[in-house]
Design a protein around this ligand. Structure first.
Ligand code: NI
Length: 175
C-alpha cells in the first residue's frame, strides 16, 4: 500500500468533476487500499479520490469513533463507490468541518442533518442506507469533493477569504 499525495487548494484538480467507476477491478481495490492508507496517515476521517488526483467516484470514510466516550478510537473502514444522495432531510445540522485539502482550517458548515446514500462496495454489491450525525455530514462533504465542491463553498465569502489568508500565512511560516 502507498501513501498518496493529497492535493491542497488552490490545485485545479480539486475543482474537477469525477467520473463514475464503470467496473470495480483489482485496480479500483488497490486505489481504495491506498486511499485508506493515505487517510490514516494524514489523520483524516474521510477522503475522496479527487483529493489524490484520481477523478473517479470513490470515497473512503472511517470516523474512528471510540466504543466509549473516553475509549481508544476503533477503526471502522467504509468505502463508497459511485455514492449518490437519494434523499436529504429538511432539518439541518452544523458541524465544525475541516478538510485534508485545506489543512488546519475549520469552519461551521450547515448541511442536511440526515441523508440516504446509494453506493457500491469494493465487491460491486449495491447498498442503500440512511445516515445521521457526523456520518451524514462526512459523506455529504466527500460527495461534494467528487463534484469539485469544497466545504469553504458553503460558507460566507468573508469567512472563505479568511481561511484562504490564514492558510497562506501558515504555509509561509512553515516554508
Ligand atoms: Ni475534504
Amino acid at each position: 500500500m502507498t501513501v498518496m499525495t493529497i492535493l491542497e487548494i488552490p490545485h485545479p484538480g480539486l475543482r474537477e468533476m469525477a467520473a463514475p467507476v464503470a467496473a470495480i477491478t483489482d485496480e479500483t481495490r488497490a486505489l481504495i487500499d491506498d486511499m485508506f492508507e493515505t487517510m490514516y496517515d494524514a489523520r483524516g476521517i474521510g477522503l475522496a479520490a479527487t483529493q489524490v488526483g484520481v477523478l473517479q467516484r470513490v470515497v473512503v470514510i472511517d470516523l474512528q469513533e471510540p466504543e466509549e466516550p473516553e475509549g481508544e478510537p476503533v477503526r471502522d473502514p467504509k468505502v463508497f463507490v459511485n455514492p449518490e444522495l437519494t434523499w436529504t432531510s429538511e432539518e439541518t445540522a452544523t458541524y465544525n468541518e475541516g478538510c485534508l485539502s485545506i489543512p488546519e482550517q475549520y469552519a461551521e458548515v450547515e448541511r442536511p442533518a440526515r441523508c440516504r446514500v446509494k453506493w457500491l462496495d469494493r465487491d460491486g454489491a449495491s447498498h442503500e442506507e440512511e445516515f445521521d450525525g457526523l456520518m451524514a455530514t462526512c459523506i455529504q462533504h466527500e460527495i461534494d469533493h467528487l463534484n469539485g465542491v469544497l466545504f469553504i463553498d458553503h460558507i460566507s465569502r468573508l469567512k472563505r477569504d479568511m481561511i484562504v489568508k490564514k492558510l497562506a500565512k501558515a504555509r509561509k511560516a512553515a516554508a
